[in-house]
Design a protein around this ligand. Structure first.
Ligand SMILES: NC(=O)c1ccc[n+]([C@@H]2O[C@H](COP(=O)([O-])OP(=O)(O)OC[C@H]3O[C@@H](n4cnc5c(N)ncnc54)[C@H](OP(=O)(O)O)[C@@H]3O)[C@@H](O)[C@H]2O)c1
Length: 272
């Protein structure tokens, strides 16, 4: 399943790589690529870009077949530091360009126009094919869009059946952006939720497959579940073949949506 917008062409299901590092990360990414994954989600902060890069090369797959996202940490709140960090990420990945470059988290010190200018220049230079942001609440995303300094193709945020992201989904939809769902399995808890498992049982599927199919079925929504083993990677890939019935979607829509699994001390005011 491929998502296509004016700005990007992205496989809807990718492999999350946090918190895997070193040889274990390389092995997991190699296994995922062998199974058919073509979208890999990494970040400067994960400390695994070199391992991801090694796996990409070991796969023997042509560069154009791969979609690689990286994100730059929030201690680069201005254009010059953001640019230097982007070049260092490319170096570690061993790539001339990433497919998607994201601001990982907004920092209170973020000079948004300056960073967006640096991102736009990286895109013009062909270092990043598309641009986006992560962990931006609605007001800040609207501001970034209104500045219109850099074309924003993607918002990456926590998104699963137990968290309401309707405001951000409406914003990304209106802006023609993809919303990439991180922590799409709720770290395994959504996959294990009784209501999710009941739907899975009706389809002969697993809870993880239902959790992912629910997100991917929304349209212009991607998901990057993390799975270390080939067995779970294959299981998650199986979500692409699962079609939920309208009553399944209604049951998942009706679940309480107040569980946020990723909420560090430096997180923004999510309602802002
Ligand atoms: N932008 C951001 O700030 C941000 C924040 C958080 C995450 N992310 C990205 O999103 C990715 C995914 O998020 P996440 O790792 O927080 O959570 P997740 O993908 O919701 O859950 C990962 C957990 O679920 C388990 N799992 C995987 N497949 C499963 C299956 N089929 N059945 C049951 N359990 C399964 C994994 O275990 P095993 O691996 O041991 O199998 C792991 O413990 C990250 O790796 C990262 O790339 C981005």
């Amino acid at each position: 399943m491929i998502l296509r917008t004016e700005q990007l062409v992205m496989p809807a299901l990718g492999l999350g790589t946090w918190p895997m590092q070193g040889a274990a990360c390389q092995a997991a990414v190699e296994s995922a690529l062998a199974l058919g994954y073509r979208h890999i989600d990494t970040a400067e902060m994960y400390g695994n870009e070199a391992a991801v890069g090694a796996a990409l090369r070991a796969s023997g797959l042509p560069r154009e077949a791969l979609f690689v996202t990286t994100k730059l940490w929030w201690d680069k709140p201005d254009g010059p530091r953001f640019r230097a960090a982007a070049m260092a990420s490319l170096e570690r990945l061993g790539l001339a360009a990433v497919d998607l470059l994201l601001i990982h988290w907004p920092s209170p010190a973020l000079d948004l126009p300056s960073v967006l200018e640096a991102m736009a220049r990286l895109r013009e230079e062909g270092r990043a094919k598309a641009l986006g942001v992560s962990n931006f609440p609605p007001g800040l995303l609207r501001r970034a869009l209104d500045l219109a300094i850099a074309p924003l193709a993607c918002l990456q945020v926590e998104h699963h059946a137990l968290l309401d992201q309707s405001r951000l989904l409406a914003l990304t939809e209106a802006a023609g952006m993809v919303l990439t769902s991180y922590t799409p399995l709720g770290k395994g808890e959504v996959a294990a939720h009784p209501a999710v498992r009941a739907i899975a049982a009706r389809h002969g599927a697993t809870g993880a497959q239902v959790a992912l199919a629910y997100l991917l079925g929304k349209g212009r929504v991607a998901a990057v579940p993390k799975a270390a083993s080939a067995a779970r990677q294959a299981e998650n890939l199986g979500a692409l073949a699962l079609r939920l019935a309208p009553e399944d979607v209604a049951a998942l829509d009706a679940l309480p949506k107040d569980r946020r699994f990723v909420n560090p001390s430096f997180a923004p005011d999510w309602a802002a």
